[in-house]
Design a protein around this ligand. Structure first.
Ligand code: 1AG
Length: 137
């Protein structure tokens, strides 16, 4: 059984977020705002359903899904595309494939050394974010 991803997590590092946003076609203006944000992940699990909220002072983004069950995702407030998403466990990693206009798009989440890791990929770009648990919440 993998370590639980649930909880409130605050970003401590963010590598190549810019490259990932360029791959998604985000405007320079929005990229500049996004790069300054202190992103927070709030992850909940209810039965076999996951809810992952990405929270910031500028915009929030929420997905909810069941592992192994494909769903239509609208990336509202991000790149505003529709993708077909499927989340599965690959070992201790929660892996999402996002099928749509952009090739090789997806992410994976895992916990390692009390940190939440997120790797976001799109086309050739990989963004790596690390979050530490917020114990106050
Ligand atoms: C994410 O998905 C996506 C959230 O983690 C990452 C944030 C943005 C990256 C995408 C594009 C940037 C688009 C517009 C910039 C404007 C605002 C940024 C707002 C960011 C806060 C929501 C994986 C996740 C599972 O669903 O953790």
């Amino acid at each position: 059984m993998p370590v639980s991803l649930c909880g409130t997590w605050d970003i401590i590092s963010n590598v190549n977020f810019e490259g990932y946003m360029i791959a998604l076609g985000i405007s320079p203006y929005l990229r500049k705002i996004a790069l300054r944000l202190k992103l927070r992940k709030v992850i909940e699990q209810r039965g076999d359903q996951y809810i992952i909220k990405t929270v910031s002072a500028f915009r929030n983004y929420t997905i909810s899904f069941r592992v192994g069950q494909e769903f239509v995702e609208f990336t509202q407030g991000l790149d505003n595309r529709h993708v077909k998403s499927l989340v599965t466990w690959e070992g201790n990693k929660l892996v999402c494939e996002q099928i749509g206009e952009k090739k090789n798009r997806g992410w994976s989440h895992w916990v390692e050394d009390d940190k939440l890791h997120l790797e976001l990929h799109c086309e050739g770009e990989i963004c790596k974010q690390v979050f530490k648990k917020n114990v106050a919440e």
